[in-house]
Design a protein around this ligand. Structure first.
Ligand SMILES: NC(=O)c1ccc[n+]([C@@H]2O[C@H](COP(=O)([O-])OP(=O)(O)OC[C@H]3O[C@@H](n4cnc5c(N)ncnc54)[C@H](OP(=O)(O)O)[C@@H]3O)[C@@H](O)[C@H]2O)c1
Length: 231
């Protein structure tokens, strides 16, 4: 697999760190973004220390770097956004002028009720239709938006010695954009890329996360999602 350069905005959080670790293990070059450059550097150092404990030869040295969010956005042609819904609009406004022309912006945001003090098992209504469509409204011309990684739990990503038992539904308005996300999915052992269709379908995919969180609570489990019937 080709070595990719991937920026993760809000990469100091649970979901961003989990993705960063998995992608670094697959040999990709990761830029962790934060509002606070020092926090990003500390998170990158913490992750490098974890990767150093992995079996020899599985990691390219220096594959995780911590920088500010705007510098991360400027660093890579693939930019993944992992911030809470309450922070999504402000974050996108902060980075939009730094994005490379032709960049792929992968939105992972789930509009859950805790953004307004409510329950993680409930979704919020979003005027644009979904968090990903809101992201697309804020993306500058020439930047393509895809939605992915909503149904994979940070806790499963963090278990580096286990494959991640989850299908990843990828939504974007054209097939080439959905295909651009495929290597990110296939870099994570156990994850399967599935063509989720147009970006508006992220309304459904985002909402399944609330159901999975409810199942996690009721069954004291770490659930993922599998679609049957597709070889
Ligand atoms: N956690 C999961 O298992 C999971 C699974 C699927 C999808 N998701 C989605 O992925 C996104 C990130 O989840 P997470 O659990 O990683 O979130 P998180 O840990 O709460 O936050 C991620 C990062 O976002 C930044 N951030 C937090 N509050 C902010 C604010 N008010 N303004 C600007 N930046 C802020 C912080 O980075 P800095 O302080 O360093 O800037 C933080 O480290 C969410 O939309 C979530 O719904 C999460």
């Amino acid at each position: 697999m080709n070595r990719l350069r991937i920026a993760i905005i809000g990469g100091t959080g649970d979901q961003g760190k989990g993705l960063a670790l998995r992608w670094a293990l697959a040999g990709h070059e990761i830029y962790i973004g934060s509002r606070d450059e020092e926090r990003a550097r500390a998170a990158a150092a913490e992750m490098e220390a974890l990767l150093a404990k992995q079996p020899a030869g599985s990691v390219s040295p220096g594959s995780i770097t911590g920088v500010g969010n705007a510098a991360a956005a400027a660093s890579s042609s693939i930019v993944v956004v992992t911030v809470p819904f309450a922070a999504q609009i402000k974050t996108l406004k902060d980075i939009r002028d730094s994005l490379q022309s032709g960049a792929l912006l992968v939105d992972v945001t789930v509009p859950l009720e805790p953004a307004v003090g409510g329950r993680p098992t409930r979704m919020l209504g979003v005027w644009a239709g979904s968090a990903a469509e809101q992201c697309a409204e804020l993306a500058p011309p020439g930047v393509t938006v895809a939605a992915a990684f909503h149904n994979v739990a940070a806790s499963l990503l963090a278990e580096l010695d286990h494959p991640v038992d989850c299908d990843i539904l990828v939504c974007a308005n054209d097939k080439p954009a959905r295909e651009r996300v495929r290597p990110l999915v296939e870099s994570i052992p156990g994850c399967r890329w599935l063509d989720g269709g147009v970006l508006a379908n992220s309304r459904l995919v985002e909402s399944w996360t609330a159901m999975l969180i409810g199942l996690n609570i009721r069954y004291k489990a770490h659930t993922g999602l599998r679609i049957t019937g597709i070889d």
